[in-house]
Design a protein around this ligand. Structure first.
Ligand SMILES: [Zn+2]
Length: 413
């Protein structure tokens, strides 16, 4: 039996209340820096203060609520996530990790339990990155990982990140002050919905995250020859779309049949001149691979190169492979995974290990602190959509395990 129990009804009430900010019939519309985001941040800071946290906003716009430990010279144990959403997103992605963190702090305070380490509850700025197409802004700022392109980013409305940052109480000109030094945080734990179907299908309440998958993104530029669709004999065509289509199928096969990497997607296609009466002369295909192992991403890249070279011969096209982005996988060390499993057992829940197919703030924070993540089931594995749902019971279970994990780490770190 858990010694200290979180208040499940209160947790779910705060999740519901947070879900009112930016709610629309088609889904959540709480983009980072939007009026709804700013209002929800005020709401969240209010909850933090009620929970006894001392609240500040760092220059990266991150909200940091801190509670002193019995030994305040120790580094803090941080719990956190994000409260921004994608356009027409869900109510649980990010929100659960933040509301869960605050509930944990509140529960400990009510029970008169003071941890040895200081505790921090953190809301990271612009995790989703829909705006500016630059993601994990707050967590990368905290990890000292912002890039020059982040600092000069301008959104679709022509407003700079610097100005938007001012709107939420940050200051991009001094953003390096948001960086925490290695050793400043004893550990970082993030509770999140799975956003995939594994736990829901298996009926397991708690997922111990094994790592965050890396992602390799490519654009294939396939060049053939545009020509008249009525007069060009089939045998003489250099049809870029036919070649691109075969590549799309090859990419799918790489994960689905050959299991070279965990998932492979050709999700974007652009055809020139894109006219029904012209043999397509050019096609670009956007391709991404994701896996927990760098070696798998590298193998996928080799295979992509091989099938492209083969296509050049077979379909008489020229293919340039542009490597757009390579995000390293972030493995979670087995010892930290075991702590999450142990915390689940203390709360009397079954658990299983699952990889994270989505990216999270935790992957940036992992560069400056020991990190662990836990998942709760997402109904039907749906996320980033209005149908995103995790049951009140599952949300409460995850929060209870987060509390056990914090206590366990507080004893051992
Ligand atoms: Zn998220």
């Amino acid at each position: 039996m858990p010694g200290i129990a979180i208040n499940a009804a209160r947790l779910n009430r705060t999740l519901d209340e947070l879900g009112k900010f930016g709610e629309t019939p088609e889904g959540m519309d709480r983009l980072a820096f939007s009026p709804a985001d700013i209002e929800s941040r005020e709401y969240t800071m209010g909850l933090m203060r009620e929970a006894g946290l001392e609240v500040r906003i760092d220059t990266g716009g991150n909200i940091i609520g801190r509670k002193a430990g019995a030994d305040d010279s120790l580094p803090a144990i941080a719990l956190g996530s994000h409260t921004d959403t994608v356009p027409l997103g869900g109510k649980y992605d990010g929100a659960l990790g933040v509301m869960g963190a605050i509930e944990v702090v509140k529960t400990l305070a009510e029970n008169g339990h003071v941890t040895r380490h200081p505790i921090e509850a953190i809301v990271f700025t612009n995790e989703e990155g829909t705006r500016f197409h630059r993601w994990l802004i707050g967590s990368r700022a905290m990890a000292g990982m912002l890039e020059p392109e982040d600092l000069t980013a301008v959104d679709a409305e022509g407003v700079s990140l610097a100005e938007r940052m001012g709107d939420i109480g940050g200051d991009l000109s001094r953003v390096d002050e948001a960086a925490r030094k290695p050793g400043e945080l004893a550990a970082y734990f993030e509770l999140h919905i799975e956003q995939g179907p594994y736990l829901y299908r298996s009926g397991t309440p708690i997922g111990v995250v094994t790592g965050i998958t890396g992602r390799a993104v490519f654009e294939l530029d396939v060049n053939g020859m545009s020509n008249h669709a009525g007069t060009t004999p089939m045998s003489e065509r250099r049809d870029a779309l036919v070649a691109a289509s075969k590549l799309v199928v090859q990419v799918q096969k790489m994960a689905a049949e050959d299991e070279i990497c965990r998932v492979a997607t050709a999700g974007a296609l652009d055809v020139t001149p894109n006219a029904v009466n012209v043999v397509p002369g050019r096609a670009t295909v956007g391709v991404e691979f994701r896996d927990l192992e760098m070696s798998a991403l590298e193998a996928a890249e080799r295979e992509l190169t091989r099938v492209a070279r083969q296509s050049e011969e077979d379909d008489r096209v020229e293919i340039t492979i542009n490597r757009h982005r390579f995000t390293d996988p972030v493995p979670i060390v087995p010892g930290m995974q075991d702590w999450v499993g142990e915390a689940a057992e203390r709360a009397e829940f079954t658990w299983e290990r699952v990889p994270s197919g989505a990216g999270h703030d935790a992957q940036a924070i992992a560069t400056i602190a020991p990190m662990a993540m836990l998942f709760v089931p997402s109904v039907e594995g749906i996320s980033h959509a209005v149908q995103e749902y995790s049951s009140p019971e599952d949300c409460a279970n995850g929060t209870q395990v987060l509390l056990e994990l914090l206590l366990l780490a507080d004893e051992r770190l």
